[in-house]
Design a protein around this ligand. Structure first.
Ligand code: ZN
Length: 139
């Protein structure tokens, strides 16, 4: 397994528009993309810091995973996403090592990336996402 960098940090927020203001007006970042990911019942906003993005996530459904996360833990860091090449191969290797996977196969995420989540039970409590740019698929 070879992680090239932290692709993004996902942060669960109750109100996307309000939280964007904080990132822009206080932290001085620029939101360059707002996107709804229907599959995950979220609206996302992206900021770039160096190579790493901040992904704000607002639930579009009271039963969605982000709404449930906030209900349990409150707003805050939701997941860390690492960039990898050949996501499927990495998932197969992790599976062989006994790591519990939420996604055994890559699926489409925001920004056209292929993504997969590892279960926090296998990662010391951190919901961990792996993502690859589609042009880096080798299989
Ligand atoms: Zn993510």
């Amino acid at each position: 397994m070879k992680l090239s960098h932290i692709e993004h940090i996902g942060i669960a927020v109750k109100n996307l528009d309000e939280s964007i203001k904080f990132y822009e007006e206080v932290l001085g970042l620029q939101c360059y993309n707002i996107e709804e990911v229907k599959d995950q019942k979220v609206r996302t906003a992206f900021f770039l810091v160096g190579l790493t993005k901040i992904e704000l996530l607002e639930s579009t459904d009271p039963e969605g995973p982000i709404a449930k996360f906030i209900g349990k833990k409150g707003e805050g860091i939701h997941h860390i996403a690492y960039a990898v090449d050949d996501l499927q191969k990495n998932l197969d290797e992790l599976h062989q090592k006994g790591i519990q996977l939420i996604d055994k196969e890559p699926r489409g995420g925001a920004e056209g990336l292929n993504i997969a989540f590892l279960h926090p039970r296998s990662t010391y409590g951190v919901l961990t996402e792996l993502c690859e740019h589609p042009d880096q698929t080798h299989s």
